[in-house]
Write a protein that binds this ligand. Structure first.
Ligand SMILES: [Zn+2]
Length: 384
């Protein structure tokens, strides 16, 4: 059989204005790879439909624009140009005439001639194509994005990685421009108590952590480190979203986190639980974002420090008495238990006790190291 795809354009009253054969294909045997449309046929049909529709739209628009809005006279044409417009389903060379302004408008100010199409399609890429290009280019490498889009869309040639990179930067700059001003305090207690706000529902859980990344362009391992803050927020339904930024370079870190939480549906009366490693940078970022927020130390960081101290204790076997090592081990276990259950007073008392236990007039190197770790851990827990 032969399949023909035809586009029929009608006016609002159903009158046929135009009809075009845009694509055809044949089928002989019913085989798995012949069921429905192949990718190439789908691309061919889409391109054909798009070409017909776009050219019809452009013709109609130019007809309209050519008539003077005041007296209805046809404006004289000054010159003929072509513009290339990239859409999801193909790039098209479109006629873009320049028209003189009508004589009846000569008294008003402004340019003597206009190119209506070129002025309407300022960005020569359709918004939806720009969206897809930018979305994929921000998730996977530029060359993979280029190949992916060329695979599924009827593009005459793959988009260059330079164009993709330029688009991503353009969109990023625009988004940055839309970010509101930085503030010290985001939600006041009054805003928080606003009775007209909807029921906030269960709290959001937000984890923030910082890590150091080494720039690949630096000459050695000492220079060029920068701190990246990464956050993840989780709703009660389990929807997660991530945010990341370079701490020292970002001039609006709090605003960024605030907008990030807003995009997760957080209202001014939203309770939230903030988890962090207790580091100063991250803790300061979370402060004053929400008066209802509860700030917790992320268990991961506490447990990692405890594990390290446990290993240091085991490492003392060759130089220290069996009894001391067993006692320290027991106390560390108990400390972990108290911290997990939030018994801070007990935990701090145990840390003091561990320090007494380890102190001595002459200390082995291993024991000195462990004592230092216990002291630092005590400071860490007390600060937080
Ligand atoms: Zn006129």
């Amino acid at each position: 059989m032969k399949v023909r795809i035809q586009v029929i354009i009608e006016d609002d009253d159903g009158q046929v204005l135009d009809s075009h054969d845009v694509f055809s294909f044949q089928r002989k045997h019913f085989q798995p790879d012949q069921v429905g449309l192949t990718l190439a046929e789908a691309k061919g049909s889409l391109y054909g439909i798009q070409e017909t529709v776009v050219h019809h739209q452009v013709d109609e628009y130019l007809q309209e624009q050519r008539s003077c809005p005041t007296c209805g006279q046809h404006c004289r044409q000054k010159g003929k140009h072509t513009i290339v417009y990239r859409t999801l389903f193909g790039s098209f060379h479109l006629p873009s005439p320049r028209f003189y302004r009508c004589r009846c408008q000569s008294h008003s100010h402004g340019p003597r001639s206009l190119s209506p199409l070129a002025q309407l399609l300022v960005d020569r890429t359709a918004p939806e194509l720009m969206f897809l290009e930018t979305k994929w280019a921000s998730l996977i490498p530029y060359h993979a994005t280029s190949e992916l889009l060329a695979d599924v869309l009827p593009l005459d040639h793959a988009v260059s990685t330079a164009v993709l990179r330029g688009n991503v930067h353009k969109v990023a700059h625009r988004m940055e421009g839309e970010l509101g001003e930085e503030r010290f305090l985001f939600i006041t207690l009054e805003e928080n108590a606003d009775q007209s706000l909807p029921d906030p529902g269960p709290p959001l859980t937000v984890g923030l952590d910082g890590g150091y990344v080494h720039s690949c362009e630096q000459p050695n391992r000492q220079e060029g480190w920068f701190e990246v803050i990464v956050g993840k927020s989780l709703t009660a339904e389990g929807n997660a979203k991530c945010v990341a930024f370079v701490h020292k370079r970002d001039s609006k870190p709090k605003r960024r986190i605030f907008e990030f939480l807003k995009s997760q549906g957080a209202h001014a009366n939203q309770p939230g639980t903030f988890l962090s490693d207790g580091g100063e940078t991250v803790r300061n970022l979370q402060l004053y974002l929400n008066p209802l927020a509860e700030h917790l130390l992320d268990w991961f960081h506490v447990s990692m420090k405890l594990t390290v101290m446990g290993q240091m204790n085991k490492g003392m076997q060759k130089v220290e008495a069996r009894d001391l090592i067993n006692d320290v081990e027991k106390q560390l276990e108990s400390l972990k238990h108290h911290l997990w259950n939030g018994n801070i007073t007990q935990a701090l008392r145990l840390i003091d006790y561990l320090q007494l236990l380890l102190k001595n007039d002459t200390l082995s190197l291993e024991r000195k190291k462990l004592l230092k770790a216990v002291r630092e851990f005590g400071g860490y827990i007390a600060t937080n």
